[in-house]
Design a protein. Structure first.
Length: 162
């Protein structure tokens, strides 16, 4: 798999999981509804949605390469950027199982609050970024797969570890 070029042949981490789950209330009382990301993803594509650490715009840590809505929620795949100190730290934490949270940063475009429960249903949002976080507001928004790619010295090719 060649998701991107790594000319320096440094370790590269491919991550994937669900950044949002449809129909599930988060800790702030928001429920993302199916289709809420559709327009934003069509307009921006994954390359224009930033991968940040803890929602900090001063801490980009990688690039999202794939995003799609499915029946479960918003599936994302991307890679951490080798040589970025925070990304290198995150790679070690993810590999050790110490970091696996995902969280979305967005602007609400269309929502409706349920008067009985107080929960807010999000029907249309403008997605700005998806962060790797320690404690996601939506507890089920987690990385599900991590693959480290590193140079194989005997062949000068990249080897994949699952």
């Amino acid at each position: 798999m060649n998701a991107f070029k790594n000319e320096n042949k440094r370790a590269t981490s491919i991550i994937e999981g669900y950044a949002s789950l449809f129909g599930v209330a988060d800790g702030g009382g928001d429920i993302v509804m199916p289709g809420a990301f559709r327009d934003s993803l069509a307009r921006k594509g994954p390359a224009n949605i930033r991968m940040l650490f803890q929602h900090d715009p001063a801490e980009p840590v990688g690039v999202w390469t794939q995003m799609r809505e499915d029946a479960r929620g918003l599936f994302v795949r991307g890679h951490l950027t080798p040589g970025v100190f925070k990304a290198d730290d995150l790679q070690a934490l993810i590999d050790d199982g110490a970091m696996d949270g995902l969280s979305i940063g967005f602007q609400t475009l269309k929502a409706q609050r349920d008067r009985g429960t107080g929960l807010r249903r999000l029907f249309k949002i403008d997605l700005w970024e998806i962060s790797l976080v320690t404690f996601p507001m939506l507890t089920g928004a987690r990385l599900q797969k991590f693959r480290a790619r590193w140079p194989n010295p005997s062949t000068n090719r990249l080897a994949i570890r699952n």
